[in-house]
Ligand binder design. Structure first.
Ligand code: PLP
Length: 409
């Protein structure tokens, strides 16, 4: 039999969402009439905006004509999309990003899983805990960790607990070579301030460390004085890679488009001490393993930046954020302590005294027929917390709040 990558065996078997699915199916088998409301997985519920569908339909028509057909496109992405990103996402906030620093992809999940190919095999990775699981699992698969302990923590990874005490904003650790930061945060729903990001950027530059900044939920930031990009912080161009996605911002979870920014000032060192450019490395990696996001999808993504596209997609984000506000207020009225939901589509609810995350999951499913996500599934520091997502219809959100108030209020 062929030999396999032994590191896969270290991955924990019961991945969060399959386990949630198993429990929901088990409940449904005995309660087939229960009207379940799912506020668990962070998937969008609103359809694509008309500006996007018409741009994609026009792109389909182009592809059906000899004169306007497109085969392989540029691996880094079409100029029309890169230019729109540069102007709308960065220049509009006073950030100068060059065209060849932007790499369009088919999703931030792939980007956040693939980026670790740039790090040394023995690089020490730091993550906040709780955390979006892809950062950890992709490094486990690559062999940068030992086995997981009984809490699910892998040896070799530096975990930075994000707790109520530190306002879910852990301080830098001197031990790490690479740190993954996510703001607005999944799962805690909290957002990084400029001062907080400055601490990290200063630390990274002083310690020759790299920050992977996941800004998949940037569009949900409601306060313009908060940073939308890590490059709004002085010094970030020499220490940070940024990821953005159209998934939540424009309903692209089923369409697939995202991008990564790798500044040209960002440098690393080989084992022999030579200086190398991360931008050149990522360009090599991207063009070797990726043939570009589809033309149709990139036309759809570019339409997000048109006048109607911005107006329509911003209205969708507003709609989800109104759901988040209703959830926060309703849960507060039912006596729960909640975090997040002000600049992110996630509410991080504190379970009541002594109730474990999975215990609360089962309780909420049984008593309210509501599915959420146990905080412990995102890391040991998520124990005692529960994530509720604002991605749903208004009717489902108001109904969910009524059920929770009735059961707990
Ligand atoms: N990063 C974070 C923090 C996420 O929560 C998600 C999706 O839920 C992603 C990345 C993945 O985004 P995409 O749909 O672009 O792959």
């Amino acid at each position: 039999m062929p030999r396999v990558n032994d590191h896969f065996a270290k991955l924990k078997a019961g991945y969060l969402f399959p386990e949630i699915g198993r429990r929901v199916r088990g409940f449904q088998a005995d309660n087939s009439d229960a009207p379940i409301i799912k506020l668990g997985i962070g998937d969008v519920t609103e359809p694509l905006a008309p500006a996007i569908t018409s741009a994609m339909k026009a792109a389909v028509d182009e592809m059906g004509e000899r004169a306007t057909f497109h085969g392989y496109g540029p691996e880094r992405g079409y100029g029309f999309l890169i230019d729109a990103i540069r102007q709308h996402d960065y220049a509009s906030r006073g950030v100068d990003i060059a065209d060849d620093e932007i790499f369009v992809s088919d999703g931030s999940k792939c980007d956040s899983g693939n980026v670790q190919e740039l790090f040394a095999a023995d690089a020490t990775i730091a993550v906040t805990d709780p955390v979006y699981p892809v950062y950890v699992d992709s490094n486990v698969m690559a062999g940068r960790t030992g086995a997981a302990d009984e809490n699910g923590r892998y040896t070799g990874i530096v975990y930075l607990p994000a707790t109520e005490e530190n306002k879910f904003a852990p301080a830098p650790s001197d031990k790490a070579d690479v740190v993954y930061l996510c703001s607005p945060n999944n799962p805690t729903g909290t957002v990084a301030t400029a001062d907080y990001l400055e601490t990290w950027v200063d630390w990274a530059n002083a310690h020759d460390a790299l920050i992977i900044f996941d800004a998949a939920y940037e569009a949900f930031i409601r306060d313009d004085s908060l940073p939308h990009s890590i490059y709004e912080i002085d010094g970030a161009r020499t220490c940070a890679i940024e990821m953005r996605s159209y998934s939540k911002r424009a309903g692209f979870t089923g369409v697939r488009c995202a991008f990564m920014v790798v500044p040209k000032e960002l440098e690393g060192k080989t084992s022999s001490g030579d200086t190398v450019s991360f931008n050149a490395m990522w360009n090599r990696r991207h063009s070797t393993k990726f043939n570009g996001a589809s033309y149709l999808v990139q036309r759809g993504a570019a339409a997000v930046y048109s006048e109607e596209g911005l107006q329509q997609t911003n209205a969708q984000v507003d709609f989800y954020m109104e759901n988040a506000r209703l959830l926060r207020e309703g849960l507060g009225a039912a006596g729960f302590t909640c975090y997040g939901g002000e600049h992110a589509p996630y509410i991080w609810l504190k379970t009541r005294e002594g109730t474990g995350s999975w215990e609360f999951f089962d309780q909420l499913l049984r008593t309210c027929h509501i599915v959420g996500t146990p905080g412990a599934g995102f890391g040991p520091s998520g124990e005692g917390f529960f994530r509720l997502s604002a991605f749903n219809s208004r009717d489902n959100v108001t109904e969910a709040i009524e059920r929770i108030k009735k059961a707990y209020g």
